[in-house]
Design a protein around this ligand. Structure first.
Ligand SMILES: Nc1ncnc2c1ncn2[C@@H]1O[C@H](COP(=O)(O)OP(=O)(O)OP(=O)(O)O)[C@@H](O)[C@H]1O
Ligand SMILES: [Mg+2]
Length: 616
């Protein structure tokens, strides 16, 4: 059944827990390491906005010089310039003819320099912020507990790193730049207007609360729609991801219509929410513009009142009106970035919620060079987080170092769960697991996992060369000879040598280009190379033809020597030689023994499974 986008949206949890202010503060925290660059940028923008004001002020100089007014020297720039004015000359126009162009060019170039410094360094800070945030988010995924991956769909997680971080980028770069630059310009212009005539300025400011109201109301809507857009992007990624990964299943089972429908509804939800956002965005800017125009009209009406006019020179009146007129652009820009900021904040909120997720519990301190491999499981019961049903119930099992134990049992009986707990993929709450007599919780996670090599139920290969897939992670330094030896023991050498570039052949996504058996042998080579004291093979030999199975069987026999091995296999023929066979059913151990002993238990589960297999 196609899930409705709304249901998907409501499934993304923990929204709206932080206030705007907390969000800003937390984002600003990322700026702290770059505070000096940030200050440099602020200084640049300050120069830029002062430049804007002084260019308005220059109008006064020009106009009052034209009509040779007594007040020609009353402005900021003209005041400064008149210090060089030669009283004897007396011709203001001649003075202005040199002074105004010089002032204009100096101002404009200083303002340009300010703009450059402000915008480059602000982007510098913003880009670093994004980089840090993205890496932190990614690193969180490296330490997130397994339950995290059970809870979130993988497409949604990917969309967090791609789409959400991108949204913050918009807010941090464009919006931050505009916010600082235009904000300072507005401030500087208002201060200048206050300085010229504070009463008139207050008239103009009367409209400010109205603008603030529009901005706030609109902002709230922006945020709501942004969250929905974000969730729908997660959904779009999820459906795409699934369809790409399962393109064969989709075709064989005629799932195109269904996938298309799911994608269409996710994308459509995104479209509708984006349009709503655009509607408010397109609505708010003209409203603010109109408010500004009205206040400018009122301003002129008041300014041309003879009483007020008397306090002004023609030049300062024009300078005042120029400044007021100049306010329109930055205010429009400021209200225009609302949607970008709100989208960024909605994304930041979600990212922070991810960052606040608990990491895997790693409180143990015990470290061993190389464990012997004694495993003992005592009264272990376990339910997956968020579920009621017991996946394991009162499991007790002793595996002496160097032995091979086979876990068998029907599907869903808890075999994979048991070995996952051994690697501490989930915390154990009831009972305990000991390695060499020490609870696995007391080991550091890294050290515990150093003791384990695993070939898991579904082999995962990386989009890298064959060589690096075998010498992966901590095995990267193993050296060519060791890699070759491991490959040989895994019976993988022959097919690797037949690949076009041998070890240097780059495998496609998840080992694309290899057969199932070949992929397994690469995974086994990886496990052999690790040479860990405990080896776990989860159904490493299922779904193979006899020839491959035979080879893998021999490969496994090579590596079982001298280490504790836990094999999970559906084919009983592959476990006959184990020292001990553990039969599991519905989370419990129902029998243990050797192959011969178990067969003798008439009517036992093992005998049943065994005869079934023969019948097949
Ligand atoms: N991530 C999970 N979250 C919740 N329940 C799970 C999870 N993984 C497995 N289970 C449940 O735990 C039980 C045991 O599953 P497990 O994968 O251990 O079975 P298994 O013996 O390995 O089966 P198979 O032979 O099919 O691989 C099953 O009932 C399954 O539904
Ligand atoms: Mg399993």
């Amino acid at each position: 059944m196609a899930s409705t986008p709304r249901a998907v949206y409501s499934s993304t949890s923990r929204q709206g827990t932080l206030t705007d202010w907390q969000l800003y503060r937390r984002l600003l925290g990322y700026v702290v390491p770059y505070w000096y660059i940030f200050l440099l940028s602020l200084a640049g923008y300050m120069v830029y906005s002062l430049g804007n004001v002084l260019l308005a002020d220059l109008m006064q100089f020009l106009l009052d010089s034209l009509n040779d007014s007594e007040r020609a020297a009353s402005g900021i720039i003209s005041g400064l310039a008149y210090r060089w004015y030669d009283e004897a000359g007396g011709d203001r126009l001649a003075f202005a003819r040199t002074a105004v162009p010089i002032a204009a060019v100096t101002l404009a170039s200083t303002r340009a320099l300010g703009y450059f410094i402000g915008s480059y360094f602000m982007t510098h800070v913003a880009r670093n912020l994004i980089h840090e945030l993205r890496c932190e988010l990614f690193n969180k995924m490296l330490v997130a507990p397994s339950a995290y991956y059970d809870r979130h769909s993988h497409g949604v997680l990917i969309s967090k790193i791609t789409f959400n971080v991108d949204q913050v980028t918009g807010a941090a770069t464009k919006a931050l730049t505009i916010f600082v630059r235009e904000g300072m310009t507005v401030l500087a212009l208002l201060l200048y207007m206050l300085y010229l005539n504070w009463r008139l300025c207050l008239v103009f400011l009367a409209v400010a609360p109205l603008i603030a109201l529009v901005v706030t109301v609109v902002g709230k809507h922006f945020r709501r729609y942004s969250r929905r857009i974000q969730a729908s992007m997660g959904d779009v990624t999820q459906v795409s991801n699934e369809t790409i990964g399962a393109f064969r299943e989709v075709r064989i089972f005629g799932g195109q219509r269904q996938q298309e429908g799911r994608f269409r509804s996710a994308s459509d939800y995104n479209r509708v929410q984006s349009l709503k956002l655009a509607l408010i965005d397109a609505f708010s800017t003209p409203v603010i513009q109109t408010l500004l125009a009205v206040s400018l009209g009122v301003l002129v009406w008041f300014a041309l009142n003879p009483k007020i006019l008397a306090g002004f020179s023609a030049g300062s009146l024009v300078a005042f009106l120029t400044a007021a007129g100049q306010l329109g652009r930055p205010i429009r820009q400021l209200s225009g970035i609302q949607s970008v900021i709100q989208r960024g904040l909605a994304a930041a909120e979600d990212i922070f919620a991810q960052l606040d997720e608990e990491a895997e519990i790693d409180t143990g301190t015990h470290v061993t060079e190389r464990a012997r491999g004694d495993i003992s499981i005592r009264h272990l019961s376990f339910s997956y987080p968020g579920t009621e049903a017991r996946a394991l119930e009162d499991i007790s099992l002793e595996i002496p170092a160097g032995r091979t134990v086979a876990l068998v049992g029907p599907s869903g009986s808890g075999k994979t769960t048991l070995v996952q707990l051994l690697a501490r993929f989930y915390p154990v709450s009831e009972g305990e697991i000991l390695l060499d007599g020490i609870s696995i919780d007391e080991y550091t996670l890294a050290n515990l996992r150093d003791q384990l090599a695993m070939v898991s139920q579904d082999v995962t290969l990386f989009n890298d060369t064959v060589y690096h897939n075998i010498a992966y992670g901590s095995l990267a330094e193993a050296g060519q000879d060791a890699v070759r030896a491991a490959t040989e023991s895994a019976y993988a050498l022959d097919f690797i040598e037949q690949l076009p570039q041998g070890y240097d052949t780059v495998l496609g996504d998840d080992g694309g280009g290899l057969s199932g058996g070949q992929r397994q042998r690469i995974a086994i080579a990886r496990a052999i190379l690790k040479d860990a004291p405990v080896l776990i093979l989860d159904e490493a030999t299922s779904a193979l033809d006899n020839e491959s199975e035979h080879r893998i069987q021999r490969a496994l026999e090579n590596i079982m020597v001298g280490r504790t091995t836990i094999v999970i296999a559906h084919r009983l023929s592959t476990v006959e030689r184990a020292d001990q066979i553990v039969v599991m059913d519905r989370g419990r151990i129902v029998a243990t023994g050797t192959h011969g002993e178990l067969l003798q238990q008439q009517g036992g589960l093992y005998a049943q499974l065994y005869h079934q297999e023969f019948a097949d």
